[in-house]
Design a protein around this ligand. Sequence first.
Ligand SMILES: NC(=O)c1ccc[n+]([C@@H]2O[C@H](COP(=O)([O-])OP(=O)(O)OC[C@H]3O[C@@H](n4cnc5c(N)ncnc54)[C@H](O)[C@@H]3O)[C@@H](O)[C@H]2O)c1
Length: 298
Amino acid sequence: MKRIGFIGLGNMGLPMAIGLVKEGYTVTGYDINEQAVLSLKEQGGAIATTIGQILVSSDAILTSLPSVKAVEEVYLAADGLIEQGDKTKILVDTSTVSPELNQIIDQACAEKEIPFLASPVSGGVIGAEQQTLTVMAGGRKAIFERVLPIFEVIGGNIFHVNEQIDSGTTVKLINNLLIGFYTAGVSEALHIATKKNINLDDLYSMLSVSYGQSRIYERNYKAFIANNDYEPGFSLKLLRKDLEFAMEAAENTQLDLPISKTLLSLYQQVEKEGYGDQDMAVLYERVKEQSAKKEAEK
Ligand SMILES: NC(=O)c1ccc[n+]([C@@H]2O[C@H](COP(=O)([O-])OP(=O)(O)OC[C@H]3O[C@@H](n4cnc5c(N)ncnc54)[C@H](O)[C@@H]3O)[C@@H](O)[C@H]2O)c1
């Protein structure tokens, strides 16, 4: 399988597709944003202007899409991958969507014997650029083994969770729930330090040799907060989406997760206030602003 189609060439999809070009794959890209496709072309990829063209020129098609709506359009629409595809083309969704949507797509694929894996990824834009992503695949082991060489190009840690199609998504949503917790914790903790005149670089050094450090503290502080630059990265609205999926999945199985519920409403509120398109680390700035407002009201 040397011919890959890539649909969704955003923060994650573009570097993943470029990684495949670098390793000698023929990659054809499709995105509703023309600039994204041109960026792939500059790196040696080919351009498709329809999903039909992607199917003709590829043996496996990977998708990296930002929402349920986009994934539904690409897979389930009348001109989508399933309607136009057949059992000779493997479909792999690396987007983070709901377990329910994984199941709907899997069912639709099964009706046409189209091989499908739901394989979300973790490791962020840096992981995609460095081809070190963690891949969490759910679906049939036999399909996973066929796709493994492709996963080994985009990722450094490849897991087949189990044969349940949404198993990779469950692991990914647990991961992102924890990201949501750590991001909120880091935001409030750094705010205390600022207020108490503790230098944030010093705090970072001290906590790096204490239990308060975390990969998210490292990421959010070093790449975003310390530079006062919140160009995403992983946008706050994408994190909010994943927390909603996690809570939906929990509710569908009658789990009561009160702390997670509060966390989700925080991110929903912060997105409403206009922070959604910035990196999730921007929550720190919002904590500072809210605190300043409260002080001014006193
Ligand atoms: N950014 C991260 O750090 C990160 C990490 C792990 C997983 N993810 C997941 O990966 C997926 C993609 O994230 P991203 O950050 O690259 O998002 P993004 O918004 O940067 O990119 C999405 C791309 O999909 C394109 N697109 C949207 N609708 C489309 C359609 N109908 N047809 C074709 N193209 C379409 C957009 O134009 C855009 O280029 C999401 O599901 C996200 O949750 C993101």
